[in-house]
Design a protein around this ligand. Structure first.
Ligand SMILES: [Zn+2]
Length: 266
């Protein structure tokens, strides 16, 4: 946990985060379409013209162009600026929790992966295998280099709890709703998330994911859940549950939500 805040570091991380956010926009758009993430550079979807360098500034670029292409005035979705903004904010939060050390880079990579998972799942109802392999590689390398909150055994047990629980809920959901409720992509993602979180944090993250999804389903999908064309991506809830669990780590290394739970329950 960072105690003395240096505003220059915060600003630098915010700017760095927004640049990564702009890269995540490219990943979110291109990976599900099996397009290259490096070439070509960003261009307008409508007139295909390359966006001039001076407008390619994350977050601000959107406002400089008032959300429109300079050439054909086609509107850019405000989601691009939103993703750049949350990536920037999350980068600062991960720094405030983990400080400048190798854990910062590992959990920042996980955070970026989860932002990409969230929006690809919302757009296409899939979690690309490329994302799963990337997350798994980061997990294994971090464990091999001993850059993790956990050791191997805690990490592996976390994976089993997280993925195992999702697998069982998926089976039950299939039985009750007679259609796929939790996809195999979610179970594979759970394997990775559990590995980063360990058992206790996995249970917290799962609890938060299901609680959040229940709220959203009651508010937005009431009565539509049984219809066969209602599809609800679960990746965003798993991502949110995981990030909330990590972002509520307290300065002494415990967790605010778990501390509150143990205080009220015992
Ligand atoms: Zn255009």
């Amino acid at each position: 946990m960072v105690t003395n805040l240096d505003p220059y570091i915060i600003i630098m991380l915010f700017v760095m985060g927004s640049i990564f956010g702009s890269f995540l926009n490219v990943v979110i758009y291109r990976v599900p379409k099996n397009m290259s993430i490096v070439y070509p550079s960003s261009h307008c979807f409508s007139c295909k013209k390359k966006i001039p360098m001076k407008y390619n500034i994350p977050i601000l670029g959107y406002f400089l162009l008032s959300g429109k292409c300079v050439f054909c005035l086609n509107r850019f979705p405000s989601r691009y600026a939103f993703i750049e903004l949350i990536t920037a904010i999350f980068t600062v939060i991960v720094y405030l929790i983990f400080n400048w050390n190798s854990l910062f880079f590992v959990y920042l990579t996980l955070t970026y992966l989860l932002i990409a998972v969230t929006f690809v799942d919302i757009d296409h109802f899939i979690i690309p295998n490329g994302f799963i392999l990337f997350g798994l590689s980061v997990l294994i390398i971090s464990l091999m280099l001993d850059v993790s909150l956990l050791g191997w055994e805690y990490s592996v047990s976390g994976s089993f709890v997280f993925a195992g629980f999702l697998f069982c809920i998926g089976l039950i959901g299939q039985f009750i709703l007679k259609k796929e409720s939790i996809g195999f992509g979610d179970v594979k993602l759970g394997l990775i998330l559990g590995g980063f979180l360990g058992v206790e944090y996995s249970i917290l993250a799962l609890y938060l994911s299901f609680a959040l999804s229940a709220i959203i389903i009651i508010v937005f999908y009431r009565g539509k859940l049984n219809s066969s064309d209602t599809k609800i991506p679960f990746g965003p809830y798993l991502a949110a549950g995981t990030l909330i669990s990590l972002f509520t780590i307290s300065p002494d290394g415990s967790n605010y939500i778990l501390n509150w739970y143990y205080r009220t329950m015992f």
